[in-house]
Unconditional design. Structure first.
Lengths: 226, 390
């Protein structure tokens, strides 16, 4: 496991240019998440939740403000170093639970390890173990197009298990799922937290609540404690 | 990035893989074909003129225009005329003169060897074939020397006008019909064959006046002056300078080379544009996959390298296949160039051809990879979040 102890944004503002002019997605937002913590960020559509998540994970460069991955100021790193740090320490569960369409489930789960240059035998063993942990061992050879929405989300979480990250950043991980599938996803997130991961979830789902969770509200790009 | 991802990408995006392969193979094929024709024409010109060793050709008056076709395609000169060799030898500036008599085997018996140019040479004075064979292989009696296109191994018989001859030597390929399609026989034997054709059953009569020839090859110290003197001294003949013939061939070769160069440049430009378009389309269709790879830790340079490596993996075997097809096509169409376009052509053989294939394959692969760099880099620099939400 890599050694990031926190991820943080400091006084981040982010704007983007739309057809009708400039839009402010985030206004002067500061947030720090420690390893082992479970943070839920909720808010209405268009409040800037996903933007905050991608900025926190070093995927999107904010217009203003600073992003820290551990003690490193993310955007002071070279492109290659930032990508490597992201691959080592962070795992993403995107809204569409994206997977590389041409690779099998097993290869998708092994992908973060493959990108780190880990030996192929070991990566596939770890990927298979992660799939089995989430009860998806039988789907290892399937292609992403053959999976249900719930399976895709759990497989994205299995990818996080296999990668052994410091933080998992999940965007609407239970959205559109039936209650049983949503419960499975939450269980997986809790298992990751139990392994020592920091979890940041952005969601509309007010039912997503776990003991000891920190809840933040994001409204019109501003953050407030829930 | 693992080869597995590259291989799976290529397999799952077959339309892109096939399009790239077809574009690169077509460009490589056209390039190799053009290169083979261009270099083959230059090589055949050098080899042919060196082999001929003559400065002038003397033929019957009015037949000078057929000399190029006779030498390049091996079409026989059947306008016979009384042998003027001794007269020519007496002309000032003439170093050597040797007569030749042509027959076409196609006019012969039903079961004879097919389309072979039968050339009667005088072994005593010949300087066209003699330098290229051993003394014991010279055409005397029933011994003959064959060109590369006749395809009859040494020691085996060849029959024409109902008479069996034994192949004593095979000449190397020159790209000139006169050498490659010929069976060189002694002049005395050809005259005897013509005489006997008039009395043998099932053999077409060959009406060759006694003591006549098809042409006389001449070596001279000053070709232009010697030509003038021969015209003045020997009535009823045309004198063709090999230098002038060579200039005509060189002009045809230069035109072929220019056309080949234009074809290669056009092929490269069109292929580059098409490869760029195909790769741009491919990375656009895969933008979510590529964005995910970035999000999971692949750097932009590594992603660009992966896309370029995919293109190179497809381009290299496609270029090799295309180049091989181009080379084979040039060999297949060499006869068309020689016999229809009257351009001697010696398609590069294995060693030179192998080097040409390697060069074209490497060049086409590099061009495809270099062309893919721009769309690959643009895809790699795309914000992963934007890509994932595209």
């Amino acid at each position: 496991m890599s050694g990031l102890t926190r991820i943080a944004v400091e006084t981040v503002t982010h704007t983007w240019q739309g057809r009708s002019g400039e839009h402010i997605a985030l206004r002067d937002v500061s947030l720090s998440v420690a390893r082992g913590e479970f943070v839920r960020i909720s808010g209405p559509s268009g409040a800037g939740k996903t933007t905050l998540l991608t900025i926190l994970g070093g995927l999107t460069r904010p217009t203003e403000g600073r992003v820290f991955l551990g003690d490193e100021y993310a955007w002071a790193l070279s492109e290659t170093d930032l990508a490597a740090l992201r691959g080592q320490a962070l795992a993403f569960v995107f809204q569409q639970a994206d997977m590389v369409s041409s690779l099998s489930v097993l290869d998708n789960v092994a992908l973060p390890l493959t990108l780190r240059g880990c030996p192929s035998g070991g990566t596939r063993d770890r990927a298979l173990a992660a799939l089995e942990r989430l009860g998806l061992g039988s789907r290892a050879r399937a292609l992403p197009g053959e999976l249900s929405g719930g399976e895709r989300r759990r497989i994205a979480l299995a990818r996080a298990f296999a990668a052994d990250p410091s933080f998992v950043l999940a965007d609407e991980p239970t959205g559109d799922l039936d209650p049983a599938s949503a419960a499975g996803v939450v269980d997986a997130l809790l298992a990751l937290q139990a392994d020592g991961c920091g979890i940041v979830v952005v969601t509309h789902d007010s039912a997503l609540a776990v003991p000891g969770m920190r809840h933040l509200n994001l409204v019109e790009g501003r953050i407030s404690d829930g | 990035m693992g080869l597995r991802l590259l291989a799976e990408d290529l397999r799952h995006h077959a339309e892109t893989t096939v399009a790239l392969a077809v574009i690169v193979a077509a460009a490589a094929a056209l390039t190799t074909f053009s290169w083979s024709v261009s270099s083959g024409a230059a090589r055949a010109f050098t080899v042919g003129t060196e082999r001929l060793g003559a400065d002038l050709v003397v033929v019957k008056a009015g037949e000078g225009g057929d000399v190029r076709a006779a030498l390049v395609t091996g079409k026989p000169l059947t306008a016979y005329f009384a042998e003027p060799t001794e007269q020519i030898r007496g002309v000032e500036g003439v170093e050597a003169a040797t007569p030749q008599l042509f027959l076409s085997s196609a006019n012969a018996w039903c079961c004879d060897e097919g389309d072979v140019l039968i050339v009667g040479i005088d072994p005593e004075s010949d300087f066209v074939i003699t330098p290229w064979v051993l003394r014991g292989e010279l055409p005397v009696s029933d011994r003959i020397v064959t060109g590369a296109a006749v395809k009859r191994p040494v020691g085996l018989p060849l029959t024409f006008y109902g008479q069996r001859r034994i192949v004593a030597a095979n000449l190397a390929r020159t790209g000139w019909g006169y050498f490659d399609r010929a069976a060189f026989v002694s002049l005395a034997e050809v005259r005897k064959t013509a005489r006997e054709s008039l009395t043998r059953d099932k053999v077409v009569d060959v009406d060759v006046p006694e003591g006549s020839v098809s042409l006389v090859f001449v070596r001279a110290t000053d070709a232009a002056r010697a030509a003038e003197r021969i015209r003045a001294a020997v009535p009823g003949v045309d004198v063709v300078e090999i230098g002038g013939l060579g200039a005509g061939l060189r002009a045809t070769g230069t035109a072929a080379t220019r056309a080949a160069a234009v074809a290669v440049v056009l092929a490269a430009l069109v292929a580059a544009a098409l490869v760029a378009a195909v790769v741009a389309g491919s990375v656009f269709r895969r933008r979510r996959d590529l964005a995910l790879l970035r999000a999971l830790g692949m750097s932009a340079p590594a992603l660009a390298r992966t896309v370029v490596a995919e293109v190179a993996l497809v381009a290299a075997p496609a270029a090799l296949a295309g180049a091989s097809a181009g080379w084979a096509s040039a060999a297949l169409f060499a006869g068309w160039f020689t016999y229809r376009a009257q351009l001697p052509l010696l398609v590069p053989a294995v060693a030179a051809g192998g080097a040409m294939l390697a060069t074209v394959t490497a060049g086409a692969t590099l061009l495809a990879a270099a062309t893919a760099l721009v769309p690959a880099w643009r895809a790699a620099k795309c914000d992963p979040y934007v890509g994932l939400n595209a």
